[in-house]
Design a protein around this ligand. Sequence first.
Ligand SMILES: Nc1nc2c(c(=O)[nH]1)N[C@H]1C(S)=C(S)[C@@H](COP(=O)(O)O)O[C@H]1N2
Ligand SMILES: [Mo]
Length: 196
Amino acid sequence: MSIDKGKDIAERVPPGQKLTDGFPVLHYGDVPYYRDMSQWDFRVFGLVEEELTVPYKEFMALPRQEFRNDIHCVTTWSKLDNTWEGVAVSTIMDRVKLKPEAKFVMLHAEHGWSTNLPLEDFLKETSFFGIKHNGELLTPEHGYPVRMVVPHLYFWKSAKWLRGIEFMAKDKPGFWERNGYHMYGDPWKEQRYDWD
Ligand SMILES: Nc1nc2c(c(=O)[nH]1)N[C@H]1C(S)=C(S)[C@@H](COP(=O)(O)O)O[C@H]1N2
Ligand SMILES: [Mo]
């Protein structure tokens, strides 16, 4: 979770990436602006014994932790030393029982946007549901009210406006993966747009 302070900055930047101090906004489609959070819920479904629906107020009342990480966008910018407040994946997973066939996850965002990743990567202690970035609530552009954060993969796996998690037996491409992005997206292996 914490960044190894002894590590050289150069060693923290994956091949082909450049550092930025800004926080670029990248996504497909329109930013959702919510008027009424009573319509918002967070669904956990697919290969679970019992589906879980968490309403907005309940999600916001879940225990939060601090996270610190580096993020790497496939379009070649990296942003180091982000601090976040978010809900640990285990906090949600403690409330559902997975079926043994569950091996992959589809993250579902507003407007039908999605992205896929292996269960193991989703469950990593460094993955979390982000609510604040560098001390401030996420702006609408960056994913308010909740975004996934999976810092060890390219940042497109970090779904903004997250509304649901689906557990699956087999891997299936999400939105960008259907459009040529890599199924896994390891920045250290430069798994950008092609399958390799
Ligand atoms: N719902 C949703 N989440 C998304 C995207 C998107 O199009 N829709 N784009 C992804 C991509 S390609 C990137 S690089 C990051 C960008 O996050 P940022 O705008 O907060 O920098 O969000 C990811 N999450
Ligand atoms: Mo991206």
